[in-house]
Ligand binder design. Structure first.
Ligand SMILES: Cc1ncc(CN)c(N)n1
Length: 222
């Protein structure tokens, strides 16, 4: 049976569910999240997105074919033109200026996650890098869908975090997520069991680092 992206999720089912259904996510959905926790998360996420844009640029550099290059360009564009733009205007609404964002120090959880992905991409090939990027791209789309299916989730004006959910349920983000899954499904179909084993380690590491990112937001850790 050829491997698929779903097999990566299944290989670390507990960590994946702990990431998708984290308390930070639940509180964001039912509007009980402390505003300070959200603001801390937003600031660090700006720094995170800048490093992730670099990782997509690295994917472009590592692309052997025009189609891989286009895929990397779409990932970079989704972060720079869609997510970061929305993020900056969203931060303004939460009282965080672009100037403040530009001068922030990175929290340890941000450093650990982003440098892990960049290092994995530098050491490995394009598939290693995309597997390391996938909990970010696929996870947030899945989180928006999971929140929408949860009875406790509040949508609309009654939830100050509604715009955050809207960003990740948007067609643009969901399309980018599906494109990433398709790209991975095509590549994973050809890998051997031992190669798949190596990739599950990368996927599990990146998923655990996503969990740490939520924890950093909840605890306000630097
Ligand atoms: C930490 C984190 N992970 C994922 C995403 C979604 N691109 C994000 N904005 N921030």
């Amino acid at each position: 049976m050829p491997y698929q992206f779903k097999d990566l999720e299944n290989s670390c089912h507990n960590e994946w569910r702990a990431y998708i259904e984290h308390s930070f996510v639940k509180q964001l959905g039912d509007a009980t999240l402390a505003p300070e926790a959200f603001q801390h998360y937003l600031k660090q996420d700006y720094l995170f997105l800048i490093q992730f844009a670099r990782a997509y640029a690295l994917a472009a550099y590592k692309s052997p074919t025009l189609s891989d290059l286009r895929h990397a360009k779409e990932g970079l564009q989704a972060i720079v033109d869609v997510e970061l733009d929305l993020h900056i205007s969203y931060c303004k609404e939460w009282g965080i200026s672009e100037q403040e964002l530009a001068n922030l120090p990175e929290a340890r959880a941000t450093l650990a996650y982003t440098r892990y992905v960049l290092d994995t991409g530098n050491r490995g090939d394009l598939l290693d890098l995309h597997v390391a990027l996938s909990p970010c791209m696929v996870g947030y789309g899945e989180i928006a869908n999971w929140l929408n299916g949860r009875p406790d989730t509040i949508r609309g004006d009654g939830n100050p975090y509604d715009a955050w959910i809207a960003m990740y349920e948007s067609d643009e983000f969901q399309d980018a997520m599906q494109a990433e899954i398709r790209w991975l499904d095509e590549r994973l179909a050809d890998v051997s069991p031992s190669r798949f084993e190596q990739l599950t380690r990368i996927f599990s590491d990146a998923t655990r680092l996503e969990i740490d990112f939520w924890e950093m937001g909840l605890k306000g850790s630097d």
